[in-house]
Each structure stands twice: as structure tokens, then as C-alpha cells.
Design a protein around this ligand. Structure first.
Ligand SMILES: [Zn+2]
Length: 209
């Protein structure tokens, strides 16, 4: 085994010792059935550790992360996570969390070839095109941050328009989708005020009964 993995295993053993010393029943306390109230859809960026930034304990967040916190309509991975968390876990809130200085969003503003990932982030370029006038005069970093916010809003829309959310609202299930932005320079989470909590906030054409 290489030293990097040994280092991780060593940190794990230290964490167990420290945790049990502070709270002897910790693992027993958090090993029952899960009933998280939140589904968190965030970026894979290592500087955006979902549980840490909201000080969550085990069992509080059901988490899906991918590059640039995308909710693609034909991505079996995100659709499976959505279905399970909405229909089985019955989460009350879905959070799409973007972040400032997102590498995936920055890459979408470039014309360089990044490989396969250019397909994953291509729809972010489309958002840029739709809002092109709003980027005039901004520095590159500012463009990326503004585009990250637009992207979060778009992923909130995409989630709300999915068959899973449409059927949940048709059944009368209480569930809302929210958009947040994280700043890893100061730890702050910002509400983008783009929450969608019902059928009525989504155009009729997406409704399913
Ligand atoms: Zn990112």
C-alpha cells in the first residue's frame, strides 16, 4: 500500500479515537436508518466540503457531487439520486450549491480543448450565450462567478422540471428546490433566492400527473 493511502488510514484511526473520546456513543448514535431532510447537489471541487460547511452530522445530508453541480436531464446518476431521495427518503429540500471560482464554469468560458469534459459543461456555454449582454465589461473571474450563479439557477429549473419533482408535487409532496452559492474564501453560503416549491412555479408543459 502506498504512503498516501497509509496516511489516510492513519488519519481515519486518529479521527475514530478523537471522536469516541469526545462522544463514546457517536457511531451507535449515527448508525440507525437514515432520514435526511436535505439532498445536496454540489460541485466535486475539493474546497467545497458539503457536510463541513453546514456543520452537518451523519444522516443529515444526502449528497451528490459532480463537476459544476449539474442536473443533466439524461444523466442516470443524478436521476437515480433524485428519485431515491425524493421518493424513498422523502427529503424536504433539494439544494443546488454552486461556488465562486468554479473550475468547471471557468473552463466553459474558454475555447481550449479540455477533452470529454467539454461535453459535460457545454450547456453552461449556452447559458452564457443567453445572457451575453450581462457579461460585457466584466473581468474573467467576474464573468465566471456571474455565470456560476446563472448556472445554479438553471440547475434549480432543471431539477424542478424533472419528472421526479413534477410527480412529487402532483402527489402533494412537500418539497422545495433551492439555489445557493459558496465562497471558499470566507466560508459563506449565499441564498440566490431562486427557490421553487410547487407546480405553479413551473410552466404547464412540464407537468405530469
Ligand atoms: Zn466547481
Amino acid at each position: 500500500m502506498n504512503s498516501d493511502i497509509q496516511k489516510l488510514l492513519g488519519k481515519n484511526r486518529k479521527w475514530i479515537s478523537k471522536t469516541v473520546a469526545q462522544e463514546p456513543e457517536y457511531f451507535k448514535k449515527y448508525s440507525g436508518p437514515q432520514k435526511p431532510a436535505y439532498l445536496w447537489i454540489g460541485c466535486s471541487d475539493s474546497r467545497v466540503p458539503a457536510e463541513k460547511i453546514v456543520d452537518a452530522n451523519p444522516g443529515e445530508l444526502f449528497i451528490h457531487r459532480n463537476i459544476a453541480n449539474m442536473v443533466h436531464q439524461a444523466d442516470l446518476n443524478i436521476l437515480s439520486v433524485l428519485q431515491y431521495s425524493v421518493e424513498v427518503l422523502q427529503v424536504k429540500n433539494i439544494i443546488i450549491c454552486g461556488h465562486y471560482a468554479c473550475g468547471g464554469v471557468k473552463a466553459s468560458l474558454e475555447t481550449a480543448d479540455h477533452g470529454l469534459i467539454d461535453n459535460w459543461i457545454r450547456s453552461i456555454k449556452q447559458i452564457y450565450e443567453e445572457h451575453r449582454d450581462e457579461f460585457d465589461g466584466l473581468a474573467d473571474d467576474e464573468k465566471a462567478d456571474l455565470l456560476s450563479k446563472f448556472n445554479v439557477r438553471r440547475q434549480v429549473y432543471n431539477t424542478a422540471r424533472s419528472s421526479i419533482l413534477q410527480k412529487a408535487w402532483a402527489r402533494g409532496q412537500s418539497i422545495a428546490v433551492h439555489g445557493l452559492m459558496y465562497n471558499f474564501h470566507n466560508g459563506q453560503l449565499e441564498d440566490l433566492s431562486c427557490s421553487i416549491a410547487s407546480h405553479s412555479e413551473v410552466p404547464d408543459i412540464y407537468r405530469l400527473h
